[in-house]
Design a protein around this ligand. Structure first.
Ligand code: CP
Ligand code: NVA
Length: 334
């Protein structure tokens, strides 16, 4: 088994808390558990344990990844939906943490501020896993890195260009991950969408140790030159008000990932997206935006999403293998 022993009984809240060796350990473990799953070899490493999944925002991939991974590891999962518990409304996070910590071996939290998941971890007495906050989405980046590793054979020195709103959870987490693992991170957006300067400073000091570089670029043509990965995310994230759509579309439309942008990057570049993606009119929001603003797609066009350069479904599958590794490493002595 991989060496993740330092993560045993710890929470997984953001990549800034992990060393590069621990991230490598989790990726190795995920890869090993993926091989076992594909070979039909049982791996009930956490047999008999129980976990709680708190979702204050909606989810398809993260919830399903935690539930399938829990089942494969021999655990039972309780799902707490965005409206069906007392959390936040009648009971504080600190009290919720102390209750759930008495019943469960681990707790996943998806919601709003990073301070909430940090507080849950402080009071729960069991490992807490961040399933997405406004600031960070660390399990997604583990899946992204496993996917890049599988495709290119290494992470170090790869150039990852994030197109779009670089102030939010995905760009923040990718920037931290790249800085820790020695990738070249480029955020491409209008300047007002560049990441928080304090986080940039923290990442710059990490980058000095790993050989990573961080670049902030407003020109998409310059940004994507020699890119290995072109990454994007929705222009309006969960929890943001509907009123911001008009402004986001105006500001971020020049940063849409389309065929001409992909061709500037070259044929070796892959397209990645955490998903869900607005790439066609197959969603109610996509159709509303089409009717109001006349767009057929938003952050990525359908031809890119469906192209052979797109590895988004490998990335989605890897959510499960990497989340399984996080739970196994923090709950059992793997
Ligand atoms: N990428 C991701 O977190 O997807 P869900 O919102 O469906 O969980
Ligand atoms: N930035 C997106 C990521 C979804 C996985 C959101 O927070 O909605």
């Amino acid at each position: 088994m991989s060496n993740c022993s330092s993560l045993y009984r710890k929470s997984f809240l953001k990549l800034l808390d992990l060393t590069a060796d621990e991230i490598v350990g989790l990726l190795d473990l995920a890869s090993e558990l993926k091989t076992r799953k594909k070979a039909g070899i049982p791996h009930k490493l956490c047999d008999g344990m129980n976990i709680a999944l708190i979702f204050e925002k909606t989810s398809t991939r993260t919830r399903c990844a935690f539930e399938v991974a829990a089942s494969d590891l021999g655990m039972h999962a309780t799902y707490l939906d965005p409206s069906g518990s007392q959390i936040g409304k009648k009971e504080s996070i600190a009290d919720t943490a102390r209750v759930l910590g008495r019943m469960y071996d681990g707790i996943e939290y998806r919601g709003y501020g990073q301070d909430i998941v940090e507080s849950l971890a402080k009071y729960a007495g069991v490992p807490v896993w961040n399933g997405l906050t406004n600031e960070f989405h660390p399990t997604q980046v583990l899946a992204d890195f496993l996917t890049i590793l599988e495709h290119f054979g290494s992470l170090h020195d790869k150039k990852l260009v994030f197109m779009g709103d670089a102030r939010y959870n995905m760009a923040n987490s990718l920037m931290v991950g790249c800085a820790k693992m020695g990738l070249h991170f480029v955020a491409c957006a209008p300047e007002i969408y560049f990441p928080n300067p304090d986080l940039v400073r923290t990442c710059q000091s990490l980058a000095q140790e790993t050989g990573a570089t961080l670049t902030f670029e407003t020109d998409p043509v310059k940004a994507v030159k020699d890119a290995d990965v072109i990454y994007t995310d929705v222009w309006v994230s969960m929890g943001e008000p509907q009123e911001v759509w008009a402004e986001r579309i105006k500001d971020l439309r020049p940063y849409q990932v389309n065929a001409s942008l992909m061709s500037l990057a070259g044929s070796k570049a892959v397209f990645m997206h955490c998903l869900p993606a607005f790439h066609d009119l197959g969603t109610s929001i996509g159709r509303e935006i089409h009717d109001t603003f006349g767009l057929d797609a938003m952050e990525v066009t359908d031809d890119v999403f469906e192209s052979s350069q797109s590895i988004v479904f490998n990335e989605a599958e890897n959510r499960m293998h990497t989340i399984k590794a996080v739970m196994a490493a923090t709950l059992c002595e793997v």
